[in-house]
Design a protein around this ligand. Structure first.
Ligand SMILES: C[S@@+](CC[C@H](N)C(=O)[O-])C[C@H]1O[C@@H](n2cnc3c(N)ncnc32)[C@H](O)[C@@H]1O
Length: 445
């Protein structure tokens, strides 16, 4: 037996000599110190001796969820509840595990059980309120969270949750107030700043939104999203959004992108699809087509029919994973689209880019690279947001660029394109207002 084996055998012997009460205390201590492997061993040996120890079953279940074994976790916590049906903490934790594994309705049922047993449990009012928001029951969510706040005044987590539910219900000013109160109590809650800033902007409170942006950058100086928007507010216009900003924004957005954009009446993919249909027939079967900034693949759906080889390129792995699930691309590449295009010559018959060049101010580098990567007479179809001021492009407060038709036309001509069509369109809605853009079709000379 080597030294290590002797030490662990001694430890085991010592554990075996502990009374069940001492063993449970030790397991909880280790658990609280996040020494999960050691805690797991102690829970296990305790449960070997006392398989119906309700607390050990409950907390071992909680630990299993923490290490990703959520199904087993649920089974253990349920065993604890068979032994002690009114075990409030176990019920609450069961609700939490169900919620985190996506079983929202299951979580609601369990939280309601807790409230029947303990009608003034602030934590469960808070938890139930949050889950009901996920299920779209905003009014009930708000009233539960209001009660949670009455039971636990000035609780920053409850205030944050309440802000989220007000926001989901369209009660923007109440959401702003709740977020502000929450931050006043706990300024380090980094995630609130972005929501608060957006709401202030959307409700026309520009000065206040700038203040929040400053606070956000101060609290979270390495956050690329905060930095990007801060630049937009200061009036400084970088040539394009940083790769870090794009990745962070879209990796976070990927899961909800399709649903959110659907609610915003997003039309860029269908507008691009219509422009492509005017140029090509599906029977032509183009040799190679690129979806530049493919995102979750909404534009790829209509492109698939035109080609035997459809490639998507995007900077966000989260978005690419969603696109992969559609099974419509022959290749998906994680790269900056300008760098990607620069490495090909005369390859693509068609390049489309829907709602992606809005993250570029200067278009020269992209158009040069696209012109090189397209075959002669190859087509480029893209959308942009439109503005009519003096400058060729501007970075708007919401973080996307807008371009003048004049600038776009000049850049196209300089890069060797012939402008075929430029149509003014509504791309989508933003806070209920239409976003005006252009759909551009250009042919490589
Ligand atoms: C608003 S989404 C549009 C996605 C898709 N084209 C659509 O219409 O549904 C913009 C996408 O462009 C990608 N993107 C932005 N800048 C990029 C760049 N420089 N290189 C590659 N992808 C980029 C983002 O990651 C995001 O997936």
């Amino acid at each position: 037996m080597n030294r290590h084996e002797r030490r662990s055998a001694a430890k085991k012997q010592k554990q075996q000599r502990l009374t069940p009460m001492q063993a449970f205390k030790l397991a909880i201590e280790l658990h609280q110190q996040q020494r999960l492997e050691e805690a797991e061993k102690v829970y296990r040996s305790l449960l070997d001796l006392q398989p119906k120890h309700p607390d050990a079953l409950h907390y071992y279940g909680v630990l299993l969820h923490q290490i990703g074994q959520s199904e087993q976790a649920i089974a253990y916590i349920k065993q604890a509840l068979v032994i002690v049906p009114d075990y409030l903490d176990a019920l609450n934790n069961l609700g939490n595990v169900l919620k985190e594994t996506g079983d929202m309705q299951g979580a609601v049922d369990v939280y309601r059980q807790v409230l029947n047993l303990s009608p003034n449990h602030a934590g469960v009012h808070n938890n139930l309120g949050a889950v009901l928001r996920h299920l779209g029951a905003y009014q009930e969510s708000i009233s539960l969270l209001t009660k949670a706040l009455a039971l636990s005044p000035n609780n920053p987590d409850v205030l944050q949750n309440l802000g989220n539910s007000y926001r989901a219900n369209g009660d923007y000013q109440q959401a702003i107030d709740a977020y502000r109160q929450s931050l006043a109590i706990k300024p380090q809650q980094k995630t609130i700043y972005q929501r608060l800033w957006r709401l202030l902007l959307a409700t026309g409170q520009q000065e206040a939104s700038q203040e929040v942006l400053k606070q956000w950058v101060a609290v979270d100086p390495n956050n690329h999203i905060a930095q990007h928007h801060f630049l937009a507010h200061t009036g400084y216009t970088p040539e394009r959004a940083s790769e870090d900003y794009i990745q962070e924004t879209f990796d976070r957005f990927a899961a909800s992108f399709d649903n959110v954009l659907d609610r915003l009446e997003y039309r860029a993919p269908s507008l691009v699809g219509q422009a492509v249909a005017k140029l090509f027939s599906e029977s032509e079967k183009l040799a190679c087509v690129l979806d530049a900034g493919c995102g979750t693949g909404l534009s790829g759906i209509s492109l698939r029919a035109y080609t035997d080889k459809l490639i998507g390129v995007d900077l966000s792995q989260g978005m690419l994973n969603k696109a992969q699930q559609r099974k419509i691309y022959d290749e998906l590449v994680k790269a900056d689209l300008v760098k990607y295009l620069s490495s090909y010559t005369h390859l693509f018959n068609l390049i489309i880019s829907a709602d992606t060049l809005v993250y570029f101010g200067a278009l020269e580098a992209f158009l040069q690279a696209a012109s090189q990567a397209l075959t002669t007479k190859g087509a480029l179809v893209f959308t942009l947001e439109k503005h009519d001021a003096e400058n060729g492009f501007q970075l708007n407060y919401h973080g996307r660029y807008a371009h003048t038709p004049r600038y776009v036309t000049d850049c196209l001509v300089n890069a060797g394109f012939e402008l075929h069509v430029m149509e003014t369109v509504i791309l989508r809605k933003e806070m209920g207002e239409p976003v005006v853009g252009i759909v551009v079709t250009a042919i490589c000379k």
